[in-house]
Write a protein that binds this ligand. Structure first.
Ligand SMILES: NC(=O)c1ccc[n+]([C@@H]2O[C@H](COP(=O)([O-])OP(=O)(O)OC[C@H]3O[C@@H](n4cnc5c(N)ncnc54)[C@H](O)[C@@H]3O)[C@@H](O)[C@H]2O)c1
Length: 439
């Protein structure tokens, strides 16, 4: 919304949320999330044509176009628990829009939703007296956290799904006009609503599948002395495959991949497509297995016990350049290490507050330390969980000097210079690589 405000100065954008604290932070210019470049965009537009408010009813009443971006987490109860999308916030919003509208509205699905949710939204909106007309569009968001501003500024494509009626075409044209302020027209795709809804789930499923595919191969590399980096390079140079999203790692995280794939799995099952469901389920199962394998490998290498040993986790965010820790592999790894009775020390340049909240039930069995040198002091092992650039630039000689021996580095992102670390004296284990170790 901040990008729309920046690119469309004649449009007044009001962002509303029921979370009072978050809105207060947005209004104060001290943002509640870390995202490179976002503050500059917000600062430029705040109180010019970008406003933040908790008065949801009023913002609905005043709007011509409403982007619904509420959370759609995985359901934790009842039918489809653990897989289906929880649509309670979504439906509540639909009813609130109906209750507060006195003029016609275009309602845009921005949240990621199961296919055909727009039909449910339309039915709720049409259940009123009929004096106000609503047109529901699907406009899924493809930005990635950490690179959101660049992604929004220069998107690969903008996808808009609408109905093939006269009113539907008018609504699509209005949204296309908004994006056309800065996105070349040929990159603005228009489809039917169901294709747009499914395309978002499909894009995330394909991206996550590439990660799980290379991670599945990483285990085979470790067993055969092939190097997953070399394999990724060799296959990535095939123009049909392409080089991106082929980095073997401890696994993918983030609020979307797992949730959206499970949602896809549930949809397939609901339509009686058991084989399609099982196919996509395996992408998630492989990701869980990769994280478990990472911890198993750590414990195995460290003489089958980490009990009482200090282990420093370098990074907790699910990827670099974000403070977001939702579904971060570091959560599962930290918990398993604590189960093995390790003393876990977590460090991260932007995500320590969220990490402390994710692991608060573990009490003093986890320490949160902003300084990576202090985190590693006295540790038996370092596990790199997030590929933050700052961790590649540390003085590992100094770190090694302060650690227990033998000292281990488990590089869950293949981001560090393994040969250099080995020459310092570390035992180094990457993902999909033969360990560099004299033990
Ligand atoms: N985070 C991403 O990178 C990303 C990318 C693409 C799509 N999405 C999708 O966007 C949606 C939101 O994701 P997010 O990461 O921003 O989630 P989030 O949980 O960070 O934010 C959702 C916000 O909606 C607010 N909210 C809930 N009910 C509300 C209501 N009735 N009225 C007003 N506000 C309400 C919540 O208070 C919260 O601040 C999800 O469907 C997600 O799949 C997210």
């Amino acid at each position: 919304m901040a990008m729309i405000a920046r690119k469309c100065p004649e449009v007044r954008v009001t962002v509303v949320d029921i979370n009072v604290e978050r809105i207060a932070q947005w209004q104060s210019g001290s943002l509640p999330i870390y995202e490179p470049g976002l503050k500059e965009v917000v600062d430029e537009c705040l109180n010019r044509n970008l406003f933040f408010s908790t008065d949801v009813d009023r913002a609905i009443a005043e709007a011509d176009m409403i982007f619904v971006s509420v959370n759609t987490p995985t359901k934790t109860f009842g039918q489809g628990a653990g897989r289906a999308a929880d649509l309670q916030y979504w439906e509540k919003t639909a009813r609130q829009i109906l209750a507060n509208s006195t003029t016609d509205k275009i309602v845009v699905e921005k949240s990621t939703l199961p296919v055909r949710t727009a039909a449910a939204m339309q039915r709720i909106l049409d259940s009123g007296p009929g004096t106000v007309k609503f047109e529901v569009l699907s406009n899924p968001e493809f930005l990635a956290e950490g690179t959101a501003i660049a992604d929004l500024q220069n998107p690969d494509r903008v996808l808009i799904g609408g109905h093939a009626t006269e009113a539907g075409r008018r609504a699509v044209a209005a949204l296309v006009d908004l994006y056309a302020h800065w996105v070349p027209r040929e990159r603005i795709l228009t489809t039917n609503v169901w294709s747009a809804e499914l395309s978002k789930l499909a894009a995330n499923a394909f991206l996550a599948q590439r990660v799980s595919s290379i991670n599945a191969l990483s285990a085979l590399c470790e067993a055969t002395e092939a190097d997953v980096g070399e394999v990724a390079r060799a296959i990535g140079m095939d123009s049909r495959i392409g080089p991106r999203f082929l980095n073997a790692s401890v696994g993918f995280g983030g609020s979307c991949f797992k949730k959206d794939i499970l949602n896809l799995v549930y949809l397939c099952e609901s339509y009686g497509l058991a084989e399609s469901a099982a196919y996509w389920q395996q992408v998630v199962s492989m990701n869980d297995w990769q994280q478990d394998r990472f911890v198993r490998n750590m414990v195995g290498r460290m003489f089958n016990t980490v009990s009482g040993k200090r282990v420093a986790l370098f990074g907790f965010a699910f990827k670099k350049d974000t403070g977001d820790t939702r579904e971060s592999p570091a959560i599962r790894v930290a918990r398993q290490l604590v189960e093995e009775r390790a003393q876990v020390v977590v460090t991260d340049p932007k995500a320590l507050k969220n990490a402390a909240s994710d692991l608060r039930d573990l009490g003093d069995r986890v320490i949160f330390e902003p300084d990576p040198y202090a985190a590693a002091a006295g540790a038996h092992a370092i596990a790199l969980m997030t590929e933050w650039d700052c961790y590649a630039a540390l003085d590992y000689r100094r770190i090694y000097a302060g650690m227990m021996k033998p000292a281990f580095v488990f590089d869950g992102r293949n981001r560090l210079d393994h040969q250099a670390l080995y020459e310092i004296g570390f035992n180094v284990c990457g993902i999909g690589k033969t360990p560099l170790s004299d033990l």
